[in-house]
Structures are given as C-alpha cells and as structure tokens.
Design a binder for this molecule. Structure first.
Ligand code: 13P
Ligand code: ZN
Length: 274
C-alpha cells in the first residue's frame, strides 16, 4: 500500500490523533471510510480479489459494491500508525449489500471491527441524506461524554442544550444536536439499527455508558465534531463538579441571535425555557 495516498494517510492520522486524546484505551473505538471511485482506482493494485465473502450481519443494499477502509476488531488505535497493514483493512461490499470481503490488510488475520453493522448502516443513511457527501464514521470512547451519561437524563434535547451552553461554537458545529442511544449490547444489528435511525437526523450519536459515534464529510470534520463535543462535555463536567450552579449562561435568545449571524438554523426544540 502507498501510505501517501491521501485517504490512507488521513485515516492513519485520525487514529493517532484519537489515541493522543485518550479516547482509545486498548482496542476501544473504531473508524471507517467510504472510498471515492477515483480512490478505488489508486488502491486496486494492492488488492486481493480472491478472498471469500462473509456476512455483515445486517443488510445495506445502498452500499452494494462500495469499498471501505476499516479498523480491525480487537486492534489497538495506538498501533494503527505503527503497522496499518496489521491493524486496518480495505473491504468491499457484495452486490446485495449483505456480505463483505477483505481486499487488503489484516495481514496477520482477523476481521473488521465488531461494530461493522453500525458503521455500515450509518454510512448507508448518511450516503442518502447528505447526497453522497459523508464518508467518515468514527467511534470513540471519550471520558467526559461517557461520564455525563450517568448524571444527565438520557434525553437528546437536554444533552444537546447542555452541551451547546458550554461553548459558543457548539451550536454552529452541531446545529442539529446530538442523539442518544440508551445502553445496549454493542457489536450487533440491534444497536446498529437504533444508531442509524438517529443518524438520519444527527451527525453525532452518544451511546450511553459507552462512547460516541460521529459522521462527517472527511476525517477532519468527523474528528473535529467528536473533539468539540468532548471538550464541551469536559466543561460541563467541571461546572457540575463546582456545584453545577450557573450564575450566567448562554440564553435561548442568545442562541437565536447567534443563529442569525452564523446562518445556521437551530431547532426551537432545544431552546426551551428551564
Ligand atoms: P472492536 O475492537 O471490535 O472495533 O471493538 C471496539 C469497540 O469500541 C466496541 O464498541
Ligand atoms: Zn466502543
């Protein structure tokens, strides 16, 4: 593989940046990227098209034939930059959208992330709702967001509003808010269905007591979204740790004024009076 190919380089860079943030203990977290047609041409020479198809565990017909770069299950983000060919892979989806085959990578064996169903179902909905633009799905385990899922009600309106209030940039970065999935067993179709339903409306979905899923057009946007949300969660955690008594904050009217100047639309469902 040519590690100077832009998407490969950016994939590896995100893994390193996520690890530096302490969001990827052990094998925690996973990452996937949907290749553009011209990018497929760049990597074909490195692919083995003789491998067997295996079941995805769910159905993603709108992704039939597509190629993805994905982290391996049980692989550590820390190690992606050291040995991408051992820790990541490139897969292709079959013509029904039910199976995948490994074309490159995982040179010492293994399979794509156990969250492949969630990644692919998120990609499928985002491909449709963003007119083919979103290509990165990123799952991480950020400490402060996870901590908040123990003390805030698991209500997307409350989470969104509290996170927005903690940093002026937040409503501009995630104007549609954040979705929440109650605690569920990870790694299967059920949590994939629950998450992808929310990805219809949100670019970020929190998994209670587990972590965060972000979607973006490119690696910078997906990572930046996770970074912004986690930073905001850290501020909220500090505020709550100081007793949680806000003497002043950003008000609903402040948000409306911000929306006009920054040309974003902020749904009124988040601007309730407390
Ligand atoms: P994988 O190692 O299978 O990617 O699982 C890590 C994880 O974070 C599960 O949610
Ligand atoms: Zn996880």
């Amino acid at each position: 593989m040519d590690y100077n190919i832009k998407f490969v380089k950016d994939f590896i860079q995100l893994a390193a940046n996520g690890y530096e943030q302490n969001w990827h203990e052990r094998n925690g977290g996973n990452l996937s990227y949907r290749l553009k047609e011209e990018e497929v041409e760049d990597i074909t020479q490195y692919c083995n098209f003789n491998s067997d198809y295996q079941s995805i565990g769910t159905s993603v017909p709108k992704l039939a034939g597509e190629y993805f770069m994905v982290t391996g299950s049980g692989k550590f983000f820390k190690n992606v930059v050291l040995d991408p060919e051992d820790n990541t892979c490139i897969i292709q989806i079959d013509d029904k959208g039910e199976n995948y085959r490994i074309l490159w990578g995982l040179k010492n064996g293994g399979r794509p992330t156990s969250e492949l169903p969630t990644h692919l179902m998120n990609h499928e909905i985002k491909k449709i709702t963003t007119d083919n633009k979103h290509r990165v799905i990123y799952h991480c385990h950020p400490t402060n967001i996870i901590a908040l899922t123990f003390v805030l009600p698991l209500d997307y309106k409350i989470f969104t509003r509290e996170l927005w209030e903690m940093a002026t940039e937040c409503p501009v970065v995630f104007p549609s808010g954040v979705g929440i999935v109650d605690w569920m067993v990870p790694g299967g179709r059920d949590i994939a269905v629950a998450t992808s339903k929310l990805m219809d409306k949100f670019d970020a979905v929190i998994w209670a007591h587990h972590g965060l899923f972000c979607s973006g057009e490119d690696f910078n946007i997906a990572f930046g979204l996770a970074h912004t949300i986690e930073k905001s969660a850290e501020i909220l955690l500090k505020v709550l740790s100081m007793g949680g008594n806000k003497l002043q904050t950003i008000t609903p009217q402040n948000f409306r004024d911000l929306a006009v100047d920054f040309k974003v639309s902020l749904p009124e469902e988040f601007l309730f009076e407390k």
